[in-house]
Design a protein around this ligand. Structure first.
Ligand SMILES: Cc1cc2nc3c(=O)[nH]c(=O)nc-3n(C[C@H](O)[C@H](O)[C@H](O)COP(=O)(O)OP(=O)(O)OC[C@H]3O[C@@H](n4cnc5c(N)ncnc54)[C@H](O)[C@@H]3O)c2cc1C
Length: 299
């Protein structure tokens, strides 16, 4: 079967074939995909999903790729990107955002309106869908603190509404990680009225803290490992082993923040993966701690 010719017949929005993934992951790994599909609406999304399911073709939803590691070339995967799902509705303190909305921009936009609750997200380069999937968070706040409910497309292509409790949120974890084929279409957040200049000052302080402590001038996907507990920080364990600056190929453990791997010289996904495995083994050998990788390898 010529998959490209078959996709051409479907009404599923823009499709890019044999496309470099460099602009679809924040590590800037230059991998290749068979196709990326950009549906404009739920019907087009359902059309491409029906096709890949019927033909048993592998598929994967991607947001901003800010938590993904592309370890090979993907001539067998159709990626689906929901960036055209980008509408936001704000009614008083209630914010309804479609899943492709840029979380950082949303966080700045609501903050400028004097709404408080998304300040933590101004440094997280996620989409709303990816942030709900990961229960993204920072500074002891996370999506789970503000999410009221979300619209989900199930594996059977039915639309359901899940409440905050249904998501079984915990540290960087949500129900969507268990129900892998469920897709977040839209999220409703409840924020609080606040003082605009206080909110913007807090954001500015945190931005400066991030700039001082994180290697934001290099491509990365944020923290590599989850912290083993609220008292034990993965970065501290790695730093104590003097692993900062360790390199494999074009990937390096950041000298600025030990829990970041950066792409400093055209790293491949395999370079990044090997380095992460190496660091994991070193921490396990020395401390007996089995660090859990926060980022996702696409194998
Ligand atoms: C510089 C930098 C700083 C960061 N700082 C933080 C931080 O402070 N806190 C934090 O939590 N994270 C941080 N991250 C990591 C990352 O931004 C988050 O994990 C984010 O939630 C990933 O969102 P995304 O849209 O990029 O998703 P992707 O990386 O594209 O995808 C991640 C997973 O979500 C799934 N997914 C995406 N969209 C949907 C959807 N609509 N429905 C269902 N599943 C979906 C994908 O299939 C994939 O399994 C940082 C990353 C970078 C590069």
């Amino acid at each position: 079967m010529d998959i490209k010719k078959e996709i051409e017949k479907i009404n599923c929005g823009e499709v890019l074939y044999d496309i470099s993934l460099k602009n679809y992951n924040t590590y800037k790994v230059d991998s290749v995909a068979l196709a990326i599909v950009f549906p404009n609406n739920i019907d087009e999304l359902k059309n491409i999903l029906k096709f890949v399911k019927e033909k048993k073709i592998r598929y994967k939803i991607i947001g901003n790729g800010s938590n993904l590691i592309f370890t090979k070339k993907y001539y067998d995967i159709v990626f689906i990107n929901l960036r055209k799902f980008n509408k936001v509705d704000i009614t008083e303190e209630k914010v309804v955002a479609l899943s492709g909305v840029n979380l950082m921009k949303l966080a700045y936009d609501v903050s400028k309106k004097g709404l408080s609750g998304l300040e933590f997200a101004t440094g997280i380069p996620a989409t709303v869908g990816g942030a709900v999937y990961m229960n993204a968070g920072a500074y002891n706040s996370s999506i789970s603190d503000i999410l009221v409910s979300a619209k989900i497309l199930t594996d059977k292509l039915e639309i359901i509404e899940l409440s905050n409790q249904d998501f079984e949120f915990s540290y960087r974890s949500s129900l969507l990680q268990k129900l892998r084929n469920y897709i977040c279409l839209e999220a409703t957040f409840l924020l609080k009225k606040g003082n605009c200049s206080d909110i913007l000052e807090l954001i500015e302080n945190r931005k400066n803290r991030r700039l001082a402590s994180q290697p934001l001038n290099y491509p990365s996907a944020g923290s590599v490992f989850r912290n083993p507990s609220s008292e034990i920080f993965a970065g501290k364990l790695i730093e104590e082993l003097s692993l900062k600056g360790t390199k494999i190929g074009g990937a390096k453990v950041s000298e600025k923040h030990a829990n970041f791997v950066i792409n400093y010289a055209n790293a491949t996904g395999s370079d990044i993966k090997e380095l992460i495995i190496f660091v994991h083994e070193m921490v396990k050998d020395k401390y007996g701690i089995d660090l859990k990788v926060e980022q996702e390898f696409i194998e």
